[in-house]
Ligand binder design. Sequence first.
Ligand code: NAP
Length: 288
Amino acid sequence: MQELKSTYGLIGYPVKHSLSPCMHNTAFKALGINAAYKLFPLKEGELAPFFEDLKVESSPIFGLNVTVPYKEKVIQHMDGLSPFAKKTMAVNTVVVQKGRKFIGYNTDGPGFLAHLSELGFDAGKKRIAMLGAGGAARAIISVLCLIPECPESILIYDIDKEKADGLIKDFKTRFDVSVVQPVNSVDDLNIEISDLLINATPIGMKNSDLCLIEPELFHSNMLVYDLIYNPEETALLKLAKDRGAQTANGLGMLFFQGVLAFQHWANIELDQNIKDKMRKSLNMRKAL
Ligand code: NAP
């Protein structure tokens, strides 16, 4: 870790629901590092001034996570990108290097894949349906297209069709996305024959949010994965579970992406016992 009394944190809006502080502050404490992870809610127009302040040599901030709605917008403030962030063009982790240079990483994709693997789900040759074509979807689609045995299909529905079209057009310039296809409606996602449904929209974060899928389309041979982890069980997950589907919320992904982000900041490999403490802190917070 670069400095004692360093500050790390999450930028985005809203951020108050985030469980990242408890996970990272647990790791700092367990490693005996005098640093703190804070939340930085940034409203529209506040991103550029934030990065201007970050350039100041005396700034205590040495690393950031990035969430909605800045994963793509933050790229213009980076001095460099990791190879995977360059492929996805979405950044969720920023490392502040010497000379206040900002390097962008994406740990969402590998974090998602690590959780899928823990759940025993192999995405190779599977039919995948995706809700949302934003920053998180970019990372997940990229990582799924890069696994040795590619999925059979990845259908994407976004409320803004141009966004899904734009994502494919953009990705085509950098890697093979022949299996990825934007669709015009939720019905076209073919959920009834999908092996995996991923919710990469913020719909479900509010308790009043309704499920975007007709419940009768869920079936017992599928995994329904909601990136949302707060609330623990969204309407989507509840209805899918009621119909016999395997379900998972995004807490596992949060954990794995957080471990990878921490390792980038600290430039170390975390021991299993530190990772266990980080995960336990998330599970305890979720129970509150
Ligand atoms: P984002 O960049 O804002 O993307 C969300 C996308 O969903 C946008 O394109 C949005 O379109 C679209 N959308 C909104 N309502 C929709 C609807 N009814 N039907 C279809 N598409 C709709 O957000 P993100 O960064 O990708 O994050 C998405 C979600 O994943 C958030 O809830 C976030 O908290 C969660 N997440 C979790 C983890 C984790 O570790 N568990 C990691 C990353 C993200 P508009 O822009 O037109 O509204």
